[in-house]
Every structure is written in structure tokens, then in C-alpha cells.
Design a protein around this ligand. Structure first.
Ligand SMILES: Cc1ncc(COP(=O)(O)O)c(C=O)c1O
Length: 361
């Protein structure tokens, strides 16, 4: 007979991350490679995070504190919430799986939008959930359509605000309407991975809606805090929901250096401000240049832009790769005519535009 995996696994299309810089260097034989593909922070890590990690390097013979005691205190204080409202993950990615493991039985319903962050569907499929997919409308969440498909059997609704790869956001009034009268059985997983970059006045802070709703707000140190390689994210919810998620968490899921790096970066307001400024100014430059060459894009409130290049998007992605520029071809999202480009440092944005122009003009 041989080995037989769980049935759900057979339907999983594994998540394909952006190519790492080192892999491209090996494959293409180029030294000068830049990555604008995974919505990382181009400025490097916060220097305070690095200093904090250095201090603990010689302690890595010990297991870390499983409950992230000091990081928990620091985040709770910053967000003005109780420490027991927090759970930490190996990246905010891990919180998706913890939510499914804590609340979704095989065959239970979850709702995801399309196209959005692919891990909601990948993890739900692997978990054996029944997935209802609701299309985006004009690159935005259609919360009315999502609410129409939610029933008492819906265990989790995944919403990324702002969304990846669209770069758009759900406004305060839309979220408030959506949360009204949802079934008491339903949890809303509100993914705010790009929270820090959004400057729009009507962008809602998920934390304002915690009390009355079954809400899990997910945030991360991977983006504005520049710690994607360390893997630290956190969920904020009611102590009750957190308690169930804690029951299925691996005991040492966030490593010592990740915990200490995250604490250091929380103190680094200057770094976060500089990250936001880099993104704000980079987007302005990229928008101007794209408009000048007649290329359409979806205006973004985040650190990346969805850009329409037509049927040759895949080919253009490959050509840019050969020039040492890693961007994302959107085929896996069903957006064959698009690429997604993470805003880089000034020189990186200029290099991308220069090479793009050589290819398409
Ligand atoms: C919407 C969204 N959520 C979550 C993540 C995962 O972030 P991490 O696991 O690094 O915290 C990403 C990463 O790109 C994302 O785009």
C-alpha cells in the first residue's frame, strides 16, 4: 500500500515565496542583485534590534522563554492591552495555522477573498477546511459579498487590511458594517501585517473592535520593523480566544534572538519613521515614473505596488531577474497581467524603472 497522506494534503498548492537574493546570485551568476519581491524592509534591520540580539548571542544554548515574557510586556504596554490578550508566532504566518488548529474542525467552513495573501487558502486547504472564496471587486475586499456567504457554520473569515497583493484597504465604515451582526460562531482574522505603513485617515485600527467581536488582529515585526528573517509576529484578541490558541502553540515557537530583536526594534521609533518615509517617497517616485511611461498600477497604502504590464508580465519578470532585479510575477494569484514590486531604497527604485523602461519601451 505504501504511505498515504491525509486527503487534504493532496489538494495543497505549496506557497512559493519570492526568490532569495543568494539563490539568484548562484543561478544567474550576478553579484549585484536586489530584491523587491517579498515586501521586506530595504533599510536593513533596526540597529537597536541588532544591538539587542548581540547581547543575547551567547545565551542560545538555552531554550527561550516560551511565553515571550519580556516581549509580551513590551507589546502590551505599547498597545495598552493586557498581556493575556497576546500570542506570539514564528512570523504572523504561524497565527493563521494556530487559528485553524484551535477553532476549525475538518470540513468546517472558512471564507477567504481572492486574490489575497495566499497562505490563508494554503493553510486552510492543508487543514481540511471547506473554503468559500469571494472575489475582490476592483482590487478591494467586497465585505458585503463576504457577509452574504457567512453562515453559522463559518468558523473563520480571513481579511488582510491592507491587502497583499492589492495594496488596498478596508475603510472604517466598511469594517464596522461588516462586523455588525456576524454569527457568534464566526471569528474574523484581521491581518494587519502592513498596519504601520497606512496613513489614510479612514483606515481602522483593528484593536478598536476587540471587545464586542470575535476578532483576532495579527501584526508582525517583518515589515516596518525590518525583522522578516527573524520570524516574529503576534496576535491580539480576547483572553479566551488567546487561551485556545496557546493550547495548540509549540512550546518554543519564537526563538530567543527573535524575541530580543523584536524588543529592541520596538524601542526604535526613528527606524520605523525612516521606513515609512522611504516607502512614502519611493511610492511617489514610482507612481510618477510609471505614469510617465503609461503603465497602470493600483494605488497602494502599503510598501508594494501591483502593476499592470499585460500578457508579457511573466516574461518581463524573467528579463528583470536576468538584470539582477527580483520582483514578483502574479501568476500564482491568477493575475497574469500583473507584477508586484516592493518599494525599495531610492537607488533600487531608480534601477527598477531604468531596466523596466529598457524592456518595455
Ligand atoms: C498580508 C500578509 N500577512 C502575513 C504575512 C506574513 O508575515 P510574517 O509571517 O513574516 O509575519 C505577509 C507576508 O508577506 C502578508 O503579506
Amino acid at each position: 500500500m505504501g504511505i498515504i497522506p491525509r486527503k487534504a494534503i493532496l489538494n495543497v498548492k505549496p506557497y512559493q515565496p519570492g526568490k532569495p537574493i543568494e539563490e539568484v546570485k548562484r543561478e544567474i551568476g550576478l553579484q549585484d542583485v536586489i530584491k523587491m519581491a517579498s515586501n521586506e524592509n530595504p533599510l536593513g534591520p533596526s540597529p537597536k534590534a541588532v544591538a539587542s540580539i548581540r547581547k543575547y548571542l551567547c545565551n542560545i544554548n538555552r531554550y527561550p522563554e516560551g511565553g515571550c515574557f519580556y516581549l509580551r510586556q513590551a507589546v502590551a504596554k505599547k498597545l495598552k492591552i493586557k498581556p493575556e490578550q497576546l500570542i506570539f508566532g514564528n512570523g504572523s504566518d504561524e497565527l493563521i495555522g494556530l487559528t485553524l488548529r484551535a477553532f476549525v474542525n475538518e470540513g468546517d467552513e472558512v471564507v477567504v477573498a481572492s486574490p489575497t495573501f495566499l497562505m490563508y487558502e494554503v493553510a486552510s486547504t492543508a487543514h481540511g477546511a471547506k473554503i468559500k472564496v469571494v472575489p475582490m471587486r476592483y482590487f478591494k475586499y467586497d465585505l458585503k459579498a463576504i457577509k452574504d456567504v457567512v453562515t453559522k457554520n463559518t468558523k473563520v473569515v480571513f481579511i488582510a487590511n491592507p491587502d497583499n497583493p492589492n495594496g488596498t484597504y478596508v475603510a472604517r465604515y466598511e469594517l464596522e458594517d461588516f462586523l455588525k451582526n456576524l454569527p457568534s460562531e464566526t471569528i474574523v482574522f484581521l491581518d494587519e501585517a502592513y498596519f504601520e505603513f497606512v496613513e489614510e485617515q479612514d483606515y481602522p485600527n483593528g484593536l478598536d473592535y476587540l471587545g464586542k467581536n470575535n476578532l483576532i488582529v495579527a501584526r508582525t515585526f517583518s515589515k516596518a520593523y525590518g525583522l522578516a528573517g527573524l520570524r516574529v509576529g503576534y496576535g491580539i484578541s480576547s483572553p479566551e480566544i488567546i487561551k485556545y490558541m496557546e493550547a495548540v502553540r509549540e512550546p518554543f515557537n519564537v526563538n530567543l534572538l527573535a524575541q530580543m530583536g523584536a524588543i529592541g526594534s520596538l524601542k526604535d521609533k526613528e527606524f520605523v519613521a525612516r521606513s515609512k518615509k522611504t516607502v512614502r517617497e519611493g511610492k511617489k517616485f514610482l507612481y510618477t515614473e510609471l505614469k510617465a511611461i503609461g503603465v497602470r498600477y493600483v494605488p497602494s497604502v502599503t510598501n508594494f505596488i501591483l502593476i499592470e504590464l499585460g500578457p508579457k508580465s511573466g516574461e518581463i519578470t524573467e528579463k528583470l531577474l536576468k538584470k539582477g532585479i527580483i520582483i514578483r510575477n502574479m501568476k500564482a494569484w491568477g493575475l497574469e497581467n500583473f507584477i508586484r514590486v516592493t518599494v525599495g531604497k531610492d537607488a533600487e527604485n531608480k534601477r527598477f524603472i531604468r531596466e523596466l523602461k529598457k524592456i518595455i519601451l
